[in-house]
Ligand binder design. Structure first.
Ligand SMILES: NC(=O)c1ccc[n+]([C@@H]2O[C@H](COP(=O)([O-])OP(=O)(O)OC[C@H]3O[C@@H](n4cnc5c(N)ncnc54)[C@H](O)[C@@H]3O)[C@@H](O)[C@H]2O)c1
Length: 241
């Protein structure tokens, strides 16, 4: 991945940050987008990593960002930004919340992917960060699970539309210790008991680290995965085994 250019969305924290650092360490030029303006400072001292404040709900900002960066010749796009505020069953999900989750997780992915595709080199790769909740049922996560399922379907559809020039794959993480996971724990009666319950339920007996996902994303983006497209890789400590 040396001397290549990739875009990572949601690069200021968690899986997006770990993934950005993994590529930057390998000599990839990383353009990290995040709605959190702190992204600019977070990567200021890190070689090969440029942070840009950009919210995926803002089409005009996405176009302006790519134009300002002169971001042509993109080799990779990691669609990582995602939200899961107010997890709830469908009847308990207001239309406002439903649309808000779709706006970032699905329409945001559509917007940035469409803009980047015009600038992507032959041999480029797209990785969509979905979730284990796309594949296995989980209570009180209707809107989030729906968006993550859509990313799996989008991956397969795009792999057929854009091969052989561009490979498109999907990663489905299980429980990974990030701000999003901590927010989930905060909603539980006893957060440490719940953390331990999840950990002990996994065949590998530990929660995921953002770096566990970053390694897989790096592999799928590299030439080592040159015959892999349209696939869904579950990384969940064996939860779905
Ligand atoms: N942590 C987990 O257990 C887990 C499990 C399965 C899937 N995922 C998925 O992995 C991805 C990363 O999750 P995480 O746990 O690192 O989350 P996180 O909340 O720690 O980080 C997400 C980042 O995305 C940014 N972001 C959110 N909305 C944005 C928008 N509209 N525009 C630009 N940036 C935006 C946030 O500012 C934040 O920096 C998400 O798509 C999430 O759904 C996480």
């Amino acid at each position: 991945m040396q001397n290549k250019t990739i875009i990572v969305t949601g690069a200021a924290a968690g899986i997006g940050l770990a993934t950005s650092l993994r590529f930057a360490r390998a000599g990839t030029r990383v353009l990290g987008l995040d709605r959190n303006p702190a992204i600019v400072d977070i990567c200021r001292e890190i070689p090969n990593f440029t942070g840009i404040s950009c919210d995926l709900t803002d089409s005009a900002k996405i176009s302006a960002t790519l134009n300002n960066l002169g971001a042509d010749n993109i080799d990779g796009l990691i669609n990582n930004a995602g939200i899961n505020p107010y997890p709830s069953s469908l009847p308990d999900t207001s239309e406002t919340v439903w649309l808000k989750i779709l706006e970032t997780n699905l329409t945001g992915t559509y917007r940035i992917t469409k803009a980047v595709l015009e600038r992507m080199n032959r041999g480029g790769t797209i990785i969509n960060i979905s979730s284990i909740l796309a594949l296995s049922g989980a209570r009180k996560n209707a809107a989030y699970a729906a968006t993550k399922g859509a990313l799996v379907s989008l991956t397969r559809a795009m792999a057929r539309d854009h091969g052989p020039a561009i490979r498109v794959n999907c990663v489905c993480p299980g429980a990974v210790q990030t701000d999003m996971f901590e927010e989930y724990l905060n909603r539980c009666d006893d957060r440490e008991q719940e953390r331990d319950r999840i950990r002990r339920s996994l065949p590998l007996q530990r929660l995921g680290k953002p770096e566990d996902i970053a390694e897989a994303v790096f592999f799928l983006s590299s030439d080592s995965a040159s015959w892999i497209t349209g696939q869904v890789l579950v990384i969940d400590g064996g939860d779905s085994a």
